[in-house]
Design a protein around this ligand. Structure first.
Ligand SMILES: NC(=O)c1ccc[n+]([C@@H]2O[C@H](COP(=O)([O-])OP(=O)(O)OC[C@H]3O[C@@H](n4cnc5c(N)ncnc54)[C@H](O)[C@@H]3O)[C@@H](O)[C@H]2O)c1
Length: 466
């Protein structure tokens, strides 16, 4: 089957699978090998990409109750990142950290060495920039290692097609794979979804989502003594090849949670955006984005993203229905403080200073507070699936969410309407040789003669983003 045929088939599957529990349907009828936790019931974990989120995910993993867990290997390309992460984890979980110097690996091959020191049925955390996801996930599949990988899992059309195939392979090998769209594991959002499905706000007629903050994704000039590649990796939000930019890396959550509540992936995106003032930053991002996502039934999701200091911040998602409205996220990912209102009016929550919300006669339901963090729930769920050998594979929906984020980004960057199929079939791969990068080799993107990296030019470059 050609990649295009696969894409058309995948697209149909995406639209029908969007609201389902990941993995279960895809597993029907396939004989599965049994890949589970070690005989002594200890789940061994490796951390690849020891930065903020990778270390955070290790904290979440090692905190799970219900069976022993142990960190046994670590990998990064920057020694300080690995050392700081090790010190932090060791200080918190001394008895669960078994990572002697010979199992701390550095360099672009470090992920292989870390996984070589494990056995089938162990778990690897992929907390590196998204560009490396398919490369490192491929090796985890080869080794039969379960995986938790951070979002986005792809940054463009070609890597999404590749990830979908890898996802199918990992399902066939009965690997349990979690993708860091943790909101899907939030019990408050799950209850809201059930209530929406039960018709408590009627038919969804519009959705709104915002991720507006104080900047981000910038990159000053490369410091002396730092290689071009290391510079780009350390500022991965600034470079589309490394992360899909702030659009993919930050906004994927809001776009995913709204699509989940709607029960479908958008089929097209129409967007505006621009670079107003980025100072001397050399990054490839716009500082404002406004996207209309269109669902199969014509309903729109209006998404606004802004990375600009001094403006009103917002980090929230809403669904408006024919009989009421719902708050999916209030001020960040956690606590969600999901709730339902009788009509379309809801109080404006500007900051945590506005909490707790005053009594409101229009409020018909709210998830009880306090809530457990979805960053913990996603690990409870993954480790339970491994221990109980339950079907658990989030790759397809993680790749779909990543593609839908890329679709909105490309619509803004090109000034065109971009459909799901166009994004899936888009031939522009941002970093074709990402699996062959070496520490002292060239970086996937270079400065132009003007001393700048290429930035999107809507209406001028129409079929590629730079
Ligand atoms: N789910 C969430 O809410 C959430 C929150 C933050 C970050 N993230 C995701 O986590 C990932 C990492 O983000 P972060 O904020 O931790 O970044 P970070 O820069 O703090 O960490 C990334 C780490 O990966 C290392 N690294 C880079 N390339 C590598 C390679 N090829 N091999 C091994 N190590 C490599 C870096 O040196 C760094 O230590 C991103 O995909 C991001 O989107 C998710």
């Amino acid at each position: 089957m050609s990649e295009n045929q696969t894409s058309a088939k995948s697209r149909r599957e995406f639209l029908t699978n969007a609201g389902r529990t990941a993995g279960a349907s895809a597993l029907a009828g396939i004989a599965l090998p049994h890949v589970h936790a070690a005989e002594n019931n200890t789940i061994q974990i490796a951390l690849v990409g020891c930065g903020g989120r990778g270390t955070g995910a290790a904290v979440n993993a090692l905190s799970v109750q219900g069976g022993p867990t142990k960190l046994v290997a670590m990998a990064d390309v920057v020694p300080k990142k690995l050392n700081d992460s090790y010190d932090k984890l060791k200080s918190k979980f001394a008895a669960q950290i078994d990572v002697p110097p010979e199992r701390r690996f550095l360099g672009f091959d470090a992920y292989r060495q870390a996984m070589d020191s494990m056995k089938a049925g162990d778990v690897v955390i992929l907390g590196t920039p998204p560009a490396f996801r398919w490369v490192q996930f491929s090796y985890a599949i080869e080794k039969g290692i379960h995986c938790f990988m951070e979002k986005p899992v792809t940054v463009d059309g070609p890597t999404t097609r590749r990830m979908l195939k890898l996802g199918e392979l990992s399902v066939r090998k009965n690997l349990k794979v979690g993708v860091g769209l943790m909101v899907r594991h939030c019990r408050a959002r799950q209850e809201l979804l059930n209530r929406i499905r039960a018709g408590q706000i009627g038919d969804i007629v519009a959705m709104r989502a915002y991720r507006m903050g104080q900047g981000g994704g910038t990159a000053g000039p490369r410091p002396e003594g730092v290689s071009e590649l290391t510079y780009q990796i350390q500022r991965f939000h600034a470079f589309l090849w490394a992360s899909g930019g702030v659009f993919s890396d930050y906004y994927i959550h809001q776009i995913d949670e709204c699509s989940w509540m709607k029960g479908a992936w958008p089929v097209a995106a129409h967007a505006v955006g621009g670079r107003h003032y980025r100072g001397g930053s050399l990054d490839q991002n716009f500082d404002t984005y406004s996207v209309q996502y269109e669902f199969p039934d014509g309903t729109r999701l209006f998404f606004d993203g802004r990375n600009m200091a001094g403006c009103r911040d917002e980090f929230a998602s809403y669904a408006h229905g024919s009989k009421g409205s719902a708050v999916i996220s209030t001020l960040s990912h956690t606590p969600g403080m999901t709730r339902i209102y009788k009509g379309q009016k809801m109080p404006r929550v500007n900051s945590r200073k506005d909490l707790p919300l005053p009594a409101d006669p229009d409020l018909t339901w709210a998830f009880p507070q306090p809530e457990k963090s979805p960053y913990d729930w996603e690990w409870d769920d993954l480790l339970e699936a491994i221990r109980q050998d339950k079907p658990y594979n989030e790759v397809q929906r993680g790749a779909e969410a990543s593609l839908v984020a890329s679709m909105g980004r490309m619509a803004a960057h090109t000034g065109q309407i971009v459909t799901f199929d166009q994004m899936l079939n888009c031939p522009h791969e941002f970093a074709p040789g990402v699996d062959k990068l070496t520490m002292d080799g060239p970086a996937p993107i270079t400065l132009g003669a003007d001393g700048k990296y290429p930035v999107p030019e809507p209406g001028i470059k129409k079929d590629r983003e730079y």
